[in-house]
Ligand binder design. Structure first.
Ligand code: FDP
Length: 284
């Protein structure tokens, strides 16, 4: 696992260089969800593919930017699913963007996710990783070295911030009522439109909630299970929070039928997620 995480660290530096170069033009390609890819998306994907393909023990890699699975060694144990540049719609505004990695042992699903990592391309490059276990191994690479996280990035029971994703016009009424109820309680809005910085923000501040509900325009949610949702579910649970879908099911219990499947998703500290369960009528 160390080799894969070390490789992601090296990848982070190369992808950051691409972002610094700043070619924001569109390519002629589309990803599996139909989004027109930026040249930067394609270039980041290429850098990551090349680096991960050089590793031993990797059965396959699956990129959010590619339709198909790339099989590397059918006998090897790990499949790495990744979103090379999450937040492509805000990179032109010079907002912080990220990359997300899920390392699965066997067929990729919540149950087989063994390590999750994300990279933040912000004022400085930062990487956070969680290796599943009891207790999970939580590490942060920043300012040139790995730091064990101990109490850092552990969520309090309740936070102060509300990060509501999706187009409000298409939210179900009970979701809007829930989001409004948090603001009525004094929660403050923090939503940049990038999943990585928005979830990182909640981890740094010790709580709150990020939601991307089922909406009338995207009934199965927008965020992809293997590349985005499951890795962050592992990271939030390891931080003492919860990560559930709109039925109240733990996201880590999901098993996508297709590698580009999406899901509605909610990540947060206990108070807010329990309040969401009540608002959705899914409290135990
Ligand atoms: P983007 O479309 O810019 O790639 O991965 C999808 C994503 O960004 C997430 O990073 C982000 O949280 C979400 O979409 C934002 O979607 P909305 O604008 O619909 O809230």
């Amino acid at each position: 696992m160390k080799t894969i995480l070390d490789s992601i660290k090296t990848i982070a530096v190369s992808v950051d260089a691409l972002i610094q170069e700043g070619d924001l033009g569109y390519s002629t390609q589309h990803n599996a969800t139909g989004d027109t890819q930026l040249k930067m998306d394609v270039a980041a994907d290429h850098v990551i593919e090349e680096a991960l393909s050089a590793l031993a023990h990797v059965r396959a890699i699956i990129s959010e930017e590619k339709e198909d699975v790339l099989i590397l060694d059918p006998q090897a144990p790990y499949t790495i699913c990744y979103d090379p540049l999450d937040g492509s719609s805000i990179v032109d505004a010079n907002f912080t963007v990220g990359a997300i990695f899920g390392i699965y042992e066997g067929e990729p699903s919540g149950a087989s996710l063994i390590t999750a990592a994300y990279v933040l391309f912000g004022r400085h490059i930062e990487m956070v990783s969680v290796e599943r276990g009891n207790p999970p191994v939580r590490k942060r690479f920043v300012h040139g070295r790995w730091h064990p996280m101990d109490q850092a990035f552990m969520l309090n029971d309740k936070g102060k911030h509300n990060a509501p994703g999706g187009t409000q016009q298409y939210w179900p009424a009970y979701h809007k009522a829930f989001i409004d109820s948090l603001f009525a309680e004094g929660y403050r809005l923090r939503y940049s439109g990038g999943m990585v910085p928005d979830l990182h923000h909640l981890l740094v501040k010790g709580g709150g909630i990020f939601s991307y509900p089922a909406t009338t325009d995207v009934p199965n949610g927008k965020l992809r299970q293997l590349f985005e949702v499951l890795p962050f579910a592992l990271i939030f649970e390891a931080a003492g929070g919860q990560a559930i879908d709109h039925h109240g099911q733990r996201l880590l219990e999901l098993a996508p039928k297709h590698h580009h499947d999406t899901t509605p998703c909610f990540f947060g500290s206990n108070y807010e997620i329990n309040a969401l369960k009540k608002a959705y009528g899914i409290a135990e």
